[in-house]
Each structure stands twice: as structure tokens, then as C-alpha cells.
Design a protein around this ligand. Structure first.
Ligand SMILES: CC(C)(COP(=O)(O)OP(=O)(O)OC[C@H]1O[C@@H](n2cnc3c(N)ncnc32)[C@H](O)[C@@H]1OP(=O)(O)O)[C@@H](O)C(=O)NCCC(=O)NCCS
Length: 292
């Protein structure tokens, strides 16, 4: 088995391998983004394990983040995963690798707890659990909390407080990204930009006196699945209901996508439960290699 660069012509076989190895992820739809998409400020690498012409393993990383690792189910326990991991580790310049939660371009925010073989594999390679995070999911069919009528009513209440809520336009891009980067994080601006340029432009903003004070986005990272996030309200405008109406407007935009309603890598669970009836959906381990 030879390790070499994974290139665009391998996308079809990589997608098929990933779909078999990762049944809890809708990876077919986003394989191209995970393997070959933009990683912001970090350098990405995509590797294949090849046996002759056939692909038997795939790995992708950006900086010190391992974004994907999978071995063909018929070829597990033969050391292929370990060889891919060591190759990625060698390129991470001595910094301890993390699994999954690459800011801006991630398949999932950690290792889904159900991937038992991978848990044991990472344990074998001395990765430590740094914490756990959850994805929530809001039902988008017949959910009385997620309707155009409710979004409109909430917008009208906010108008009385001098807030304007609307879909973001491309002309808002610069100031919106600046706001997300300055008040929150560069990776949020990166994901927001993906959503803004995406086919659904599922980005909604709140303005007061002409300035952006809150935003929410969906279908940025993992584009095509419809995941919600990122979202943020400037600290001095919290508590007015902006986050709720922006969330609902985004959810309405992605209600026809296969994973519309997934709220990824969440913060305040109680807020999402109340605002749109979201409930815990998936749990992930955040794993990091022990320092050598
Ligand atoms: C995780 C995965 C990549 C491991 O690949 P692999 O080629 O089978 O791994 P290796 O053969 O190098 O295993 C190295 C060691 O890990 C441990 N390990 C791996 N799979 C294991 C399993 N199913 N049960 C127990 N231990 C396991 C063992 O200690 C193994 O050494 P050993 O076989 O000498 O006992 C593979 O199981 C896989 O593709 N899983 C599905 C995809 C996935 O969950 N990816 C992770 C998130 S992206």
C-alpha cells in the first residue's frame, strides 16, 4: 500500500469509500468540500492509500487538524489507518493533532461517539479526550416555532425597537465579515462568507442606525446539507430577540435540505430549545494527540 496525494480524479472513489466508512455522516454530499475545499489560513492536505490503482484509505488535514480519516471496511486492522495518521502527523510540525473540529471547514466538530473502531484507534495512538460537544436538531416540518408568520411577527416587534432585520446582500459582505471577525472569530467570518456566496445565501442580519449588530447563517460549511451556524449578536444588543428571529429565518431557508435543522457545535442549548424546539442529535468527542 502506497501513500500519495489524493487528487481530483480520485474524488469518485474517495466519496464512495468515505460513504461506506462513515455511515453517520452525509459525507457524499460534502466530500469535495472536505477534501479539496478552502481551509482559510491553514494549508490543507489530502492523502490516499493506494493498492495498485485502487483506493483503500483516505485522510485529509488542515494545519494540525485531522479533518477526515477512513479506511475501506474490507481493509481495516491492517495498519493502513496508522500509516495515514503518521504521514499527517509528520506534516503537522510537531504540534499535537486534533480530530475533526477544524474551524471553518469541518465534517463534524469531533469524533461521533458511535464510531467505536475510531475511538479505539485514537486511544491506541495516545489521543486524549479534551471535551464533548453536541449538534442539536430542530424539526422543520410542522414546527409552529419555525414559520414565516412567526418570523414576520418577531421582525415587526423588533422594528418598534429600531432594528431592521433582513437577508444579507453581497453589498453587505465587507462590513459583515469585519463585524463577525472583530466581535467573534476569523473562522466565523470564513464560514459566513461561504454561506453568503452559496446557492441559498442563507444569511440574515440585524441593523440598528445603519450598523450591523447581529447575524446568523446556514449552509456555509458542509454546504448542501443545510447546517445552521455561525450566528452572533453584539454583546450590547443581546436579550432583544435578535438571535431568535435570525435563527428562524435561516432555518426557513434550509427547510428542504437533508440536514436542514441541524445546529452544529452549539453554544446555549436552552436558547435553541426555546427558540425553535431543537433537541440533542449527535455527540462528539474532541480528541487531541498527547504532546510528544
Ligand atoms: C478508524 C480507522 C481509520 C482505523 O483504520 P485501520 O487501518 O483499521 O487502523 P490500524 O489497522 O492502523 O489500527 C491500529 C490500532 O488501532 C486499534 N484499533 C483499530 N480498529 C480497532 C477496532 N475495530 N477494535 C479495536 N481496536 C482497534 C488497534 O489497537 C489497532 O492495532 P492492532 O490491529 O494491531 O490491534 C478505521 O476503523 C475506519 O476507517 N473507521 C471508520 C471511519 C472513522 O470512524 N474515521 C474517524 C473519523 S474521521
Amino acid at each position: 500500500v502506497q501513500i500519495g496525494p489524493l487528487l481530483l480524479p480520485h474524488l469518485g472513489s474517495a466519496r464512495a469509500l468515505l460513504a461506506r466508512a462513515l455511515p453517520y455522516d452525509a459525507v457524499s454530499l460534502v466530500a469535495s468540500e472536505k477534501l479539496f475545499g478552502d481551509n482559510g489560513s491553514r494549508r490543507g492536505v489530502a492523502l490516499g492509500a493506494f493498492e495498485g490503482d485502487s483506493l483503500v484509505g483516505v485522510a485529509a488535514a488542515a494545519g494540525r487538524w485531522l479533518k477526515l480519516l477512513a479506511v475501506a471496511p474490507t481493509r481495516v486492522r491492517q495498519g493502513i489507518g496508522s500509516t495515514l495518521l503518521k504521514t499527517i502527523q509528520a506534516a503537522s510540525e510537531g504540534r499535537p493533532l486534533r480530530v475533526g473540529d477544524h474551524p471553518g471547514n469541518y465534517l463534524s466538530p469531533g469524533l461521533d461517539v458511535r464510531y467505536q473502531a475510531a475511538r479505539l484507534f485514537f486511544e491506541h495512538h495516545q489521543f486524549r479526550e479534551m471535551g464533548q460537544v453536541e449538534n442539536l436538531r430542530a424539526p422543520l416540518e410542522s414546527n409552529p416555532l419555525v414559520t414565516e408568520a412567526r418570523a414576520d411577527a418577531l421582525c415587526r416587534q423588533l422594528e418598534a425597537q429600531r432594528y431592521i432585520v433582513r437577508r444579507a446582500e453581497l453589498g453587505d459582505r465587507d462590513r459583515l465579515l469585519r463585524f463577525a471577525e472583530n466581535v467573534f472569530a476569523p473562522a466565523w467570518a470564513f464560514e459566513l462568507d461561504l454561506a453568503l456566496r452559496g446557492p441559498r445565501r442563507a444569511v440574515h442580519i440585524a441593523l440598528r442606525d445603519g450598523s450591523v449588530v447581529a447575524f446568523a447563517a446556514a449552509d456555509g460549511n458542509n454546504q448542501g446539507l443545510g447546517w445552521f451556524g455561525p450566528a452572533g449578536t453584539a454583546p450590547e444588543h443581546r436579550g432583544a430577540g435578535l438571535g431568535e428571529v435570525l435563527l428562524i429565518r435561516c432555518l426557513l431557508d434550509v427547510r428542504h435540505l437533508s440536514e436542514g435543522g441541524v445546529i452544529a457545535w452549539i453554544g446555549p442549548q436552552a436558547f435553541y430549545a426555546r427558540a425553535c424546539g431543537a433537541a440533542p442529535d449527535r455527540r462528539f468527542l474532541q480528541l487531541e494527540a498527547a504532546k510528544s
